[in-house]
Design a protein around this ligand. Structure first.
Ligand SMILES: Nc1ncnc2c1ncn2[C@@H]1O[C@H](COP(=O)(O)OP(=O)(O)OP(=O)(O)O)[C@@H](O)[C@H]1O
Ligand SMILES: [Mg+2]
Length: 218
């Protein structure tokens, strides 16, 4: 039996981590075996890459877009081999907070050519694609405001590097995500993320439940 891969995607503050926690709760209530993970940083070594990627360096030096792309892919290759593929092979539902679409949207917005992104996907993911992707979509002006509140409330929240980019950058990331959704409507479900948390959770669960029913998990 093979598992089901479900990914949560969207710009900063769209509510991925919030919805992941609610979804994990639902899974536990339904006694479904699942595994939650995130990118970057789903493995021990990946956690070190996460810090390198998301914490601004004290020197002010920034990763060049292609260097950054390769680090994200180093994290993903490790994560796929030691966590994701084995969990799927064992028949689990795997829930991921960000995956390959984030790379396409963010590194795409930084000018990495589409053919480079596709070539790396081919090398690392091979045939693997999420069975379902939930794209939490909202205006970045709104989600970045949420991020500011969160970061002030969680003193020491240090993963702010992409948060520091301007609104135009986030608009272009959002556009990238929406393009993926329109190119792959069977895989990607766009969910309005500017509604209240419970309403978003209801829509997330409805999409997840129908995928799980189709796959014989519910
Ligand atoms: N639908 C919502 N309405 C209002 N506030 C929300 C909603 N969803 C999440 N939040 C709040 O917004 C903040 C950001 O949410 P969250 O951390 O889940 O976003 P994220 O997509 O995981 O962000 P990041 O990309 O930075 O990890 C949190 O403080 C969360 O409580
Ligand atoms: Mg998050």
């Amino acid at each position: 039996m093979s598992g089901v891969l479900i990914t949560l995607e969207g710009i900063e503050g769209s509510g991925k981590s919030t919805q992941m926690a609610i979804l994990a709760d639902k899974f536990s209530k339904h006694k479904l075996s699942y595994l939650c993970s995130r990118e970057p940083g789903g493995t021990q070594l990946g956690g070190e890459l996460r810090s390198l990627l998301l914490k601004p360096h004290p020197s002010g030096e920034k990763w060049r877009p292609d260097a950054e792309l390769l680090l994200f892919y180093a994290d993903r290759a490790q994560h796929l081999e030691i966590i994701i593929r084995p969990a799927l092979a064992a028949g689990n539902v795997v829930l991921l907070d960000r995956f390959e679409d984030s790379t396409r949207a963010y590194q795409g917005a930084q000018g990495v050519p589409e053919k480079t992104l596709t070539a790396l996907r081919q090398i690392v993911l091979k045939e693997l694609r999420p069975d379902l992707t939930l794209l939490l979509d909202a205006d970045p002006a709104k989600t970045l405001e949420r991020v500011n509140v969160r970061n002030c409330e969680e003193a020491g929240f240090a993963e702010t590097r992409f948060d520091q980019e301007g609104l135009d950058f986030h608009k272009s990331v959002r556009k990238g995500f929406l393009k993926i959704a329109s190119d792959e409507p069977d895989r990607v479900r766009v969910i309005r993320a500017d509604e209240n948390i419970e309403e978003v959770a209801k829509n997330v669960w409805s999409a997840v439940a129908s995928k799980l029913r189709a796959a014989g998990f519910l």
